[in-house]
Design a protein around this ligand. Structure first.
Ligand SMILES: Cc1cc2nc3c(=O)[nH]c(=O)nc-3n(C[C@H](O)[C@H](O)[C@H](O)COP(=O)(O)OP(=O)(O)OC[C@H]3O[C@@H](n4cnc5c(N)ncnc54)[C@H](O)[C@@H]3O)c2cc1C
Length: 402
């Protein structure tokens, strides 16, 4: 029987503690006066904790081979059946898992109840500021407390939404122990532009296809809801391209986004519009677009295309037609920044996955040190992939220690 300290009582630490305690003395040390604060914020309070399509395409990481091993289907099955065994009953919508209650608090309560039932000790308000090894034991220290252990699990999260306790201190603890830290920037975050018209489109929500360009090369495309704001763009579509944008902004690369505001038409816009003009002739451009595009957006598009709203399609020159189509299908805006860490749901970058054994989540460079959850250099798109990763990595570490 070993003594195991879990540093950080978020979802990854809780599940790791639950598995590890089967054969060990486990203590959770948590900087807050509560466990699992972030869980309550997830999925707009509903906690989208899993997705039936977990695969490597949904993540960014510095080691795809290790990540493939971590999220393999066997691990996924085991974690899901473990969650069911402790009473988490899913509501599955289009492959997205929520608790049937639609309440994130039920996931948090179940995990905490199991921790208490398993006699795992919890030390609150223990903000770890150093970890080192002495005579084969770990010494874990806060400002005024010190504790020793045989094994340590680091589950301190990233530095997204620091008011929940994840303030990035885990990065420092691990880099001081010799682990490689890859540049950390916000992800699943709104993108900031400095185009002049942004105030005019503030508040519009619509379906769109959003393409991300880095140094004028298309690198990612997302279809879904976009929100147009007075600082740039937001919404799920934006979040899903934000990790790559965020990294490239950090490296001072040129970042642009092209938005297709009518992605679901059968043909390209030019063909479609010509046909529509024939079907309902003698209509102005505005009349043809009415009920297809939000008014505010339509006028921004006309202004940018230098086209009068009362003009007719047949009166436009070929160049004007092409210009209008371009601004409907490839409306381009520059991206100059992301919102900060407190507006990002997760971070991209973190402790390199290359230095972790994917079968155990143990450090390859320091024995008996395990690293799990969002502190690692893995981030997923929206849809339950980040919570799932915290669950899977925590499960693997706990199971292997046990
Ligand atoms: C608003 C919001 C909505 C989200 N919605 C979803 C969603 O619907 N689906 C999804 O998949 N993901 C979602 N996420 C992301 C998901 O919540 C996280 O990826 C996941 O909770 C990470 O778990 P973790 O255990 O690694 O870290 P955390 O949950 O951040 O837990 C880390 C814990 O460690 C403690 N800690 C930190 N440093 C120290 C220290 N030095 N000493 C002691 N304790 C310390 C913290 O207080 C905290 O309790 C959302 C995130 C946010 C912010």
């Amino acid at each position: 029987m070993s003594k195991v300290i879990v540093v950080g009582g978020g979802v990854s630490g809780l599940i790791a503690a639950l598995l590890a305690c089967r054969n060990n003395d486990v203590i959770i040390v948590e900087g807050n006066d509560k466990l699992g604060k972030k869980i309550l914020l997830t999925g707009n309070g509903k906690c989208n904790y899993w997705n039936e399509d977990i695969n490597i395409e949904k993540y960014n990481t510095d080691d795809t081979d290790n990540l493939k091993e971590i999220i393999n289907s066997n691990n996924q099955k085991e974690v899901l059946s473990y969650l069911e065994s402790i009473g988490i009953y899913p509501r599955i919508k289009n492959g997205y898992y929520y608790p049937y209650s639609n309440q994130a608090s039920s996931i948090r309560e179940i995990l905490i109840r199991e921790v208490k039932r398993s006699n795992i000790e919890i030390i609150y308000n223990f903000k770890v500021d150093s970890i080192y090894k002495e005579n084969n034991k770990y010494i874990i220290k806060s400002k005024d407390k010190s504790i020793t252990s045989d094994k340590v699990i680091i589950s301190t999260g990233s530095k997204a939404f620091s008011k929940t306790g994840s303030d990035g201190s885990g990065y420092l603890l691990l880099s001081n122990l010799g682990h490689k830290l890859n540049e950390v920037t916000p992800a699943l975050v709104p993108l900031i532009s400095n185009e002049k018209f942004l105030r005019e489109w503030h508040g519009i929500r619509c379906d769109a296809k959003v393409s991300l360009y880095i140094n004028d090369k298309k690198v990612k495309e997302e279809l879904g809801e976009i929100q147009l704001t007075n600082t740039g763009i937001s919404g799920i579509c934006t979040f899903n391209i934000s990790s790559i944008a965020s990294k490239n902004l950090k490296y001072k690369n040129k970042v642009n986004v092209k938005i297709n505001f009518l992605p679901n038409l059968n043909n390209n816009f030019y063909t479609w519009f010509t046909k529509r003009n024939n079907e309902i002739p003698n209509h102005t451009i505005q009349e043809l677009l009415e009920s297809l595009v939000n008014y505010k957006l339509m006028f921004i598009i006309f202004k940018r295309s230098n086209i009068n709203k009362d003009a007719k399609w047949d009166d436009l020159t070929e160049k004007e037609k092409l210009n209008l189509c371009k601004n409907i299908e490839e409306f381009e805006i520059n991206i100059i920044d992301t919102e900060d860490f407190n507006k990002g749901q997760v971070c991209t970058g973190g402790i390199s996955l290359m230095e972790i054994n994917p079968k155990t989540m143990e450090s390859k460079i320091i024995p008996n040190l395990y690293i799990i959850g969002e502190v690692l250099d893995v981030d997923g798109i929206c849809g339950g992939f980040n919570f799932a990763l915290a669950l899977i990595t925590g499960y693997i570490a706990g199971k292997n220690i046990c």
